[in-house]
Write a protein that binds this ligand. Structure first.
Ligand SMILES: Nc1ncnc2c1ncn2[C@@H]1O[C@H](COP(=O)(O)OP(=O)(O)OP(=O)(O)O)[C@@H](O)[C@H]1O
Ligand SMILES: [Mg+2]
Length: 199
């Protein structure tokens, strides 16, 4: 994400006072303690329009937005601003890998890979799926099994640890015989399936 602390988005005139409403998600405390907003209104009052407008104006600043288009109404607007529209449907590959790891930075500027955080995230994600399909939560044994499988995948099979360099392989990909300049990310964890683990 392009992070521009001066970014302030004009939302329009306020209905009663006609004064400008300007939203700056990055302004921080004491003006805004966090960038969360809650948009409420009766049906047809303009909630979707408000959020799509926010997305378009943010794009004009070079800022990225993830827009969950639950109503199937934003495709044209997203493509108009050169956004990537991803149709998520059962049975179709979407090209997103929830198990993918990224290099993160803590408040002291130390770069690291948060395998523990990813493990918690994946457990929560799988719990949502189990909840959706079986109307129950994962039990303790299942949670432990998922965590162990993930650690095994990341650490032992892929050799990925806290060190950002462990996320990459060097230069040559023998399978495709491709030589690249710079770092190449190790294969996606979702392409490996543990042999004997079932949940
Ligand atoms: N600021 C605006 N200026 C002009 N037209 C607007 C504005 N905001 C919304 N509209 C129009 O009003 C209609 C309803 O808006 P929108 O779909 O954003 O409402 P909504 O609150 O999301 O409705 P729903 O609850 O049904 O999802 C749309 O046709 C939209 O284009
Ligand atoms: Mg709407």
């Amino acid at each position: 994400m392009v992070f521009n602390i001066r970014m302030a988005i004009f939302w329009g005139p306020e209905v009663d006072t006609k004064s400008s409403v300007i939203y700056n998600p990055h302004i921080g405390p004491p003006v805004l303690v966090n960038p969360m907003i809650f948009v409420a209104g009766t049906s047809g009052s303009g909630k979707s329009e408000t959020l799509m407008g926010q997305m378009e104006r943010a794009a004009a600043y070079g800022d990225w937005t993830t827009y969950f288009d639950l109503e199937n109404e934003a495709k044209e607007r997203i493509e108009n601003i050169d956004g990537k529209y991803i149709d998520v449907r059962p049975g179709f590959r979407i090209g997103l890998n929830p198990m993918d790891l990224e290099v993160e930075e803590d408040k002291n500027g130390r770069r690291f890979i948060d395998i523990y955080g990813k493990s918690t995230e994946m457990t929560l994600f799988l719990n949502v799926l189990v909840n959706q399909y079986f109307a129950r939560n994962l039990d303790g044994l299942e949670i432990t099994t998922i965590e162990e499988s993930l650690f095994n995948l990341y650490k032992h099979e892929r050799g990925i640890n806290e060190n950002p360099d462990s996320l990459y392989i060097d230069e040559v990909d023998p399978e495709n015989n491709k030589v690249t300049v710079g770092k190449v990310k190790k294969g996606n964890a979702d392409t490996i399936r543990p042999k004997s683990r079932t949940i």
